[in-house]
Each structure stands twice: as structure tokens, then as C-alpha cells.
Design a protein around this ligand. Structure first.
Ligand SMILES: *Cc1c(COP(=O)(O)O)cnc(C)c1O
Length: 361
């Protein structure tokens, strides 16, 4: 028997682990337990969408449609793009990982803002490429000038998370276009728009408009947030050939289940009902932010379904206070807390906790 373990790629040694938002405490503690830690949609699936998923479940002895044909056609129609420009995957994180597989390896660099989505360092390191993290501005926004300057001839891919997770801040059309004009055309710019449906600032551009005459831009969208299908794992990219073709090559075969495909199609068709829910969450977002400002907190404008409190050393204490009160938030120890906008009850518990915490500061 050999004493050595199988040889694994050294790149994996530097891969940070993804910390999922903690689940809400189980019942029995008396108080309510609301999960405000993963930016999920708090509403249960719409009846029609659930029916489609259940119907698809009846044949899960079969492989799904590998090409996601119906969903692809529906998305192409919805966004007014050729079907060949749509590539689906196992959540938009899955698609982002495929983009890295398609572009980046050892010796290459991947530029993104920091702090931003915690999957970026993980999937970058897995690819073997070197992350280049560009600090957010003091206002918690992408520093696009600094990011453009960080692009070298080793850069293969740049992530722009718009709005940014976890700060909720968004970059606007003019600055984003100026940035895109500066990035060399052989560097792929990925506009991660996981929260696009929550954007209300008209100056924040729709990536799908920006991609049209820019072959080096790919737009990532997901059904996990506004559409409420987080547990089904389906997202997509809109990108020109050959990027979209590269995504089809790097896809896990049959990765998107038939339940996910059918639920996604049904969700697009139920968009009106879903957008009513999104509008409610946007209303709650405004209410929560204004209440926090009234309590004396600094809260940057958020265009997503969460708010960000930069609590520094107080982060873990604050998260613990929330948990005692019955809401689970997402702490980034030493930095801040991201709190998902949920239903009124959970938001109110969070606001009461924030108020008491603020008074005791
Ligand atoms: C939640 C999120 C995603 C989407 O993840 P899925 O894999 O589609 O569930 C992508 N990007 C960002 C920035 C996110 O916050």
C-alpha cells in the first residue's frame, strides 16, 4: 500500500471555500427565523411554475434536453438576440466557471473588484489563473479606472459585478462604456447581472444592450434571485460567437435538469406575476434603507435585493445580535454584513436589531 495520496493540482491549495448563507435556525426557539443570508427570493414558487417543475419530475428517469432548446428559444426571443448567442448552465456561477475554463489558465490573470462576489476568487483559483483584486472606491463602487489600469497583456477575463454583491452599488452607463472602450478587444469582460431585475436607477445600463456591438462582452443572468429558482440551478450567458460556442463546449453534459428548464420557461411566461413580487421587494428595499439612514447608519445606494452595512470589527457581534432576534444575515468578518431584503416581518426584526445595536455603539 502506498503512503502517498493521489496528486492533486497545486492550484487547489489556494482555493478559498465558499461560505453559503447560514440556514435559518430550526423551529422550536419560539421566535421567527428568517433567512436573510443568501439573497434568495423569499416567496415560494408561483403555482404555475411549481406545476411545471412537478410535471417534469415525473420523467427524471430520462436525461434532460441537453441543448435546453425550449429555454434557449424563449430567452432569445425575450432578449431579442440570436439563439446562438444564448448559453445556459448550472446557475450563472456554473456559466462563470465555464467562461474561466474557456479563457484562463496558469500564468493568466483575472481582474475583478474586491470585495465582490465570493465565487470569483474560488473559480479563478480553480482555473489556475492569478486573481487581480482591485479595491472598491470609498463609496463601495467598482473603481473602473483602476480596473482598466490593472489589465495587462496577461489578463484574459474581467468580471464586473453590476450591481455588486455584497455592497449593492452599481456602475452607470457612461463610466461602464468608458471602461469597455479602454479594455483590449481580446480580453473578455463578463458583466455579472445576477440582480438586474432589481435595478431601478435608469442610469445603470442593461448589459444586453452593451454586448450587442462588443464581441468581447458576455452578460451573465440567473433564475436564482428575482425568479426564485435558486434551488433548481439554472443561469445563462448572452455572448457573441465564439464565446457562446466555447460555453457550449465547456458545459457539463445534461447539467441543467428538465425541472429547471421547464420551471425557467414557465417563469419567463409568468414574468408579470413575478415582477409584482420583485416590485414589492424593491419597495421594501427603499423602506429598509431609509429606516437605516434614519437610525444614523451609512448605507450606500443599493440596486440589488440586499443592503450592506460596513461594520468592521463589530461585524460578528452584529450578526450574532440578529440571530438572537430571529434573522440570519451574512457576515463578512472584519468587513461588514450583507442583509437580504425579505418579507416585511424579517425586515422589521432586522431593523429593530439595527436600531438597538446602533444605540449601544
Ligand atoms: C447569486 C449570484 C449569482 C448567481 O448564482 P447562481 O449560480 O445562478 O445561483 C451570480 N453572481 C452573483 C454576483 C450573485 O450574487
Amino acid at each position: 500500500m502506498s503512503e502517498t495520496s493521489p496528486r492533486l493540482r497545486a492550484a487547489l491549495d489556494s482555493v478559498p471555500t465558499y461560505k453559503p448563507g447560514r440556514p435559518a435556525a430550526s423551529a422550536g426557539t419560539g421566535g421567527p427565523a428568517c433567512k436573510l443570508s443568501s439573497n434568495e427570493n423569499p416567496y415560494p414558487p408561483l403555482p404555475g411554475v411549481l406545476d411545471e417543475a412537478v410535471a417534469a419530475a415525473r420523467s427524471f428517469n430520462r436525461y434532460p434536453d441537453m441543448a435546453c432548446s425550449e429555454l434557449t428559444a424563449e430567452l432569445a426571443d425575450r432578449f431579442g438576440v440570436p439563439a446562438e448567442h444564448v448559453a445556459t448552465g448550472t446557475g450563472s456561477v456554473g456559466v462563470a466557471q465555464q467562461l474561466l475554463q474557456a479563457t484562463s489558465g496558469p500564468g493568466d490573470e483575472v481582474v475583478y473588484a474586491w470585495r465582490s462576489f465570493e465565487a470569483y476568487p474560488i473559480i479563478t483559483r480553480i482555473s489556475g489563473a492569478t486573481p487581480v483584486e482591485v479595491p472598491l472606491t470609498p463609496g463601495e463602487v467598482h473603481d473602473l479606472d483602476a480596473m482598466a489600469e490593472a489589465v495587462t497583456d496577461r489578463t484574459r477575463l474581467v468580471f464586473v459585478c453590476n450591481p455588486n454583491n455584497p455592497t449593492g452599488t452599481a456602475v452607470r452607463r457612461e463610466e461602464l462604456e468608458r471602461f469597455l472602450d479602454r479594455v483590449p478587444s481580446d480580453v473578455l469582460v463578463v458583466l455579472d447581472e445576477a440582480y438586474r431585475e432589481f435595478v431601478r436607477d435608469p442610469q445603470v445600463p442593461d448589459g444586453v444592450e452593451l454586448y450587442r456591438d462588443r464581441p468581447n462582452v458576455a452578460v451573465l443572468r440567473t433564475f436564482s434571485k428575482a425568479y426564485g429558482l435558486a434551488g433548481l440551478r439554472v443561469g445563462f450567458a448572452i455572448a457573441h460567437e465564439p464565446v457562446a460556442a466555447a460555453l457550449r463546449k465547456t458545459a457539463v453534459p445534461f447539467g441543467v435538469s428538465q425541472m429547471a428548464q421547464d420551471a425557467a420557461v414557465a417563469s419567463l411566461r409568468a414574468e408579470e406575476a413575478l415582477m409584482v413580487r420583485v416590485e414589492q421587494l424593491v419597495g421594501e428595499r427603499t423602506r429598509v434603507r431609509e429606516a437605516l439612514l434614519g437610525q444614523g447608519w451609512t448605507v450606500e445606494d443599493t440596486q440589488a435585493n440586499f443592503v450592506w452595512l460596513r461594520l468592521g470589527e463589530k461585524t460578528s457581534d452584529f450578526a450574532a445580535a440578529c440571530e438572537r432576534a430571529g434573522v440570519v444575515v451574512r457576515p463578512f468578518p472584519g468587513e461588514g454584513v450583507r442583509v437580504t431584503i425579505g418579507e416585511t416581518e424579517g425586515n422589521d426584526i432586522f431593523l429593530r436589531t439595527a436600531e438597538e445595536f446602533r444605540k449601544a455603539l
